[in-house]
Each structure stands twice: as structure tokens, then as C-alpha cells.
Ligand binder design. Structure first.
Ligand code: DAH
Length: 344
């Protein structure tokens, strides 16, 4: 019986020695030390032994049990240690590796231009006004001296929703809305950036939806020279300090007189090139002195007050400024296009 126990111990220790995994070790524990294991089996046979032999055998059996248990525990610790080391080796972080670059976005060119223009006018004491994109026929046309049936309505093909509602064709209705809010008292000094809609076929220079920035100043003694000075500042800010502007007579029903404003070509400096089509001048925006009818309809006394207004096409400014040749680039969200505009 003693021999049997010694042999069992050796056998178990060999297996423990060879075990490679924790699971294997656990199997060995169950097999040798469990209730159905060989040691328990041996101990069960002790009843047949003499009274002198019994304690000796009992002590030996306990020794064997202890030896196996200790070997399992130390092997287990060893295997666990190896597992931790392997895991650590796999998860090593090389802190000297260069970091992955974080891609920084930038402003959409149109947003950049809008913000630049807003900043400029805010700096000159203007406030930003807003109006609805779904506009009434009254504000979009009538209040701007364009009564129903007026031929100049044809200048702006419109998306009508009902007889009386349409998508605004320009930001000019915000002029009338703002003046009404002022209840006949000046000064009014606003710009209104916003989306406008026209029933146009999209091509390189037309879009059914685009962006305008309206400007309006109403006060006593506002003159054409105020308009010219203001737009000169605008042109220089957007296209360079050396720029000059010129006014050409034009027609808008809501201004009298009306002008088309050109800026001296920033590409050739006025000598003539393909950007200015050889003229040395580039068409920049429409403007004029607010028509007395418009002042009156919005509750201002045209004998006391006068004003100027202008309408800037934001895409046009952005196209000129950045040399963009197709208005659709602004809306098609091609990152290759957008990436070219670096954050200021
Ligand atoms: N509303 C005009 C348009 O969309 C642009 C315009 C011209 C606005 C002259 C003005 C202005 O305020 O005075 O064609």
C-alpha cells in the first residue's frame, strides 16, 4: 500500500510537471485528489489494516496529498505568470511611435465668405437681420415696388407654393420686414445673409438655390456717396486694398437710382485679361437708393428719410475670390474640392 501511494505521487508529480495549461492542471487535481481519485480509494482500504499500521498509512496518505496539492498550486502560479507575461507582451505600446494625424476640418468656402462679410459689416455697426425663406408675395414683390403683373417680376423666376406664398427669390423682402419693425423711425442698418430660390436650370453659373447678402441703411441724409464709400470698403476687404469700384446705371424696381457695381480686376489690375473679359472690370453686385415707394410702404416718411440698399451674391463673390469655375462645386460636397480651402 505504501508503494502504491509513492507511485501515485510520482505519477501525479510527473503529469503536473508536464502540464502546459491551467485546464490540464485542474483535470489532474480532480483525477488525483477528487472523491473518486486513487488516494481516496487507498484510504478507503485502511479499514483492513492493523491498529499500528493505520496512523502511519494515514500520515503518508496526507503527505502524498499535500505534495500533489502543493505541486499543483505552484505550477498553477507559474502558468498564470506566463499567461500574464504573454498578454503584456502582446499589448505592449510603443510610446515612441509617431501619432496618427488628426484631420482638422475647415470652413466651407461659402461659410468662410459669409462670415468674412458679416464680420466686416458688424464692424461698421450693422446688425444681422433674418426673414423667412417661405415668403409672401407681398414682401417678396409688392412691398418692393413690384405690384402684381409688373414686368420686372419676370427677372426672377419663382417657385410659387400658393397664389400668395413662394420661396423668396431674393433677400430684399427682409428690407421691408425690418423697416416695418422700426415703425417709421431710423436709423436702420442691417445686412441679411440667407438662402434664396429661383426657378432656373442649374449650370456652371446658375443654381435653383443660392445665397445672398442684403444690405440696407435708412436714416436722415443718407446719400449715394455713402453707398459708394461702403461698397468701396467692401471691395477692398474682399479683393485687396488696391481695388477700385465703379457704378453703372441699372434698374431695380426697389431702388432709384439703381446701379450695377463693378470692381477693378484683381487678376490683371485693370489692364484686361480673361477673368474680366478684357474690360478690366468685374461685375460685383446690384445696389441703389431705396425707392421712395418702398420707404413709404414700410412706414417711413420719404421726405424725411432716405436710404441705400445692395444685394450681394455670396457664391459669386466666393467664385471670384477663390477662382471657382462652377457654382455647383459649392453644393456637391466633394471633399477633394472642400479640402483646398484651408482654415484661416
Ligand atoms: N434683389 C436683387 C436681386 O436679387 C439684388 C439687389 C439689387 C438687391 C439692388 C438690392 C439692391 O438691395 O438695391 O436681383
Amino acid at each position: 500500500m505504501q508503494e502504491q501511494l509513492k507511485q501515485l505521487q510520482q505519477e501525479a508529480l510527473d503529469k503536473i510537471e508536464q502540464a502546459q495549461e491551467l485546464k490540464e492542471l485542474n483535470d489532474i487535481r480532480v483525477a488525483y485528489l477528487g472523491k473518486k481519485g486513487p488516494i481516496t480509494e487507498v484510504l478507503r482500504g485502511m479499514g483492513k489494516l492493523s491498529a499500528e499500521e493505520r496512523p502511519v498509512m494515514g500520515a503518508l496518505a496526507n503527505e502524498v496529498r499535500e505534495a500533489i496539492a502543493t505541486a499543483i498550486t505552484s505550477k498553477q502560479e507559474h502558468l498564470e505568470q506566463i499567461a500574464v507575461e504573454q498578454k503584456l507582451a502582446k499589448e505592449t505600446i510603443d510610446v515612441t511611435l509617431p501619432g496618427r494625424p488628426v484631420r482638422v476640418g475647415n470652413h466651407h468656402p461659402l461659410t468662410a465668405v459669409l462670415e468674412e462679410i458679416e464680420d466686416l459689416f458688424l464692424g461698421m455697426g450693422y446688425q444681422i437681420a433674418e426673414g423667412p425663406e417661405v415668403e409672401t408675395d407681398y414682401f417678396n414683390f409688392e412691398a418692393l415696388n413690384l405690384p402684381k403683373g409688373h414686368p420686372a417680376r419676370d427677372m426672377q423666376d419663382s417657385f410659387y407654393i400658393t397664389e400668395e406664398l413662394l420661396l423668396r427669390t431674393h433677400t430684399s423682402p427682409v428690407q421691408a420686414r425690418t423697416m416695418e419693425k422700426h415703425e417709421g423711425k431710423g436709423p436702420v442698418k442691417i445686412i441679411c445673409p440667407g438662402k434664396v430660390y429661383r426657378r432656373d436650370n442649374d449650370d456652371a453659373t446658375h443654381s435653383h438655390q443660392f445665397t445672398q447678402i442684403e444690405g440696407l441703411v435708412v436714416d436722415e441724409n443718407i446719400r449715394m456717396s455713402d453707398l459708394k464709400g461702403t461698397l468701396e470698403v467692401f471691395a477692398k476687404k474682399m479683393f485687396g486694398e488696391e481695388r477700385e469700384i465703379r457704378l453703372r446705371p441699372s434698374f431695380f424696381p426697389f431702388t432709384e437710382p439703381s446701379v450695377e457695381v463693378d470692381v477693378s480686376c484683381f487678376s490683371c489690375g485693370g489692364k484686361g485679361c480673361n477673368i474680366c473679359k478684357g474690360t478690366g472690370w468685374i461685375e460685383m453686385l446690384g445696389a441703389g437708393m431705396v425707392h421712395p415707394n418702398v420707404l413709404q410702404m414700410a412706414g417711413f416718411d420719404p421726405e424725411k428719410y432716405s436710404g441705400f440698399a445692395f444685394g450681394i451674391g455670396a457664391e459669386r463673390i466666393a467664385m471670384l475670390k477663390y477662382g471657382v469655375d462652377d457654382i455647383r462645386h459649392f453644393y456637391t460636397d466633394d471633399v477633394r474640392f472642400l479640402k483646398q480651402f484651408k482654415r484661416a
